[in-house]
Design a protein around this ligand. Structure first.
Ligand SMILES: O=C(O)C[C@@H](Cc1ccccc1)C(=O)SCC(=O)c1ccccc1
Ligand SMILES: [Zn+2]
Length: 166
């Protein structure tokens, strides 16, 4: 089922997600609904926070063919190195793209959808996306890296658009 994606500056996007402890059928449904929502919204990642589910769960597919599903549960970044700048977007901040500086490579440990631990060394867009999604789980949206002036302009712009769409 398609889930509703929260739009910035919705306060719920600043919630810090709790670790996932229960691996039941409901979780599998939540994961499948998040993939369906991410693909429909043409995203390459989606954090549970964005669909108002405040547990540490991220789905991702950065492949061109849209057929390489990745699930990260209770993800932790073990190592960061290098620095890279990328023009990011966010499904919770539609139509806004801006440059963000992040670590070029990350080593991440997480659980897969069956609760099995794994470690991954990532670079490129995968590393950027992992950092962007874990920020969401920590209640952080990429626009918060931009200047105050830009953040104010973005809030005003999105507020106006929300009012028009009422
Ligand atoms: O809001 C999200 O978490 C999804 C977000 C993930 C992301 C995109 C680009 C850089 C970092 C993280 C998106 O998928 S936004 C969709 C989009 O604009 C985009 C898609 C592919 C590459 C770049 C941007
Ligand atoms: Zn985002």
């Amino acid at each position: 089922a398609l889930l509703n994606i929260l739009h910035y500056p919705d306060e719920r996007l600043h919630t810090v997600a709790k670790p996932l402890e229960v691996f039941d059928e409901a979780l599998q449904t939540q994961i499948d609904n998040m993939f369906e929502t991410m693909y429909e919204a043409k995203g390459i990642g989606l954090a549970a926070t964005q669909v108002d589910f405040h547990h540490r769960l991220v789905v991702m597919d950065i492949s061109e063919e849209r057929n390489e599903r990745r699930v990260f549960i209770n993800p932790e970044i073990l190592q960061k190195d290098g620095e890279t700048v990328y023009e990011e977007g966010c499904l919770s901040v539609p139509g806004i793209y801006d440059k963000v500086t992040r670590a070029e490579r990350v080593k991440v440990r997480a659980l897969d959808r069956n609760g099995k631990p794994f470690e991954l060394e990532a670079d490129g867009l995968l590393a950027i996306c992992i950092q962007h999604e874990i920020d969401h789980l920590d209640g952080k949206v990429f626009v918060e890296y931009l200047s105050q002036m830009k953040q104010t302009r973005i809030k005003t712009k999105l507020k106006k658009r929300e009012k028009q769409n009422m």
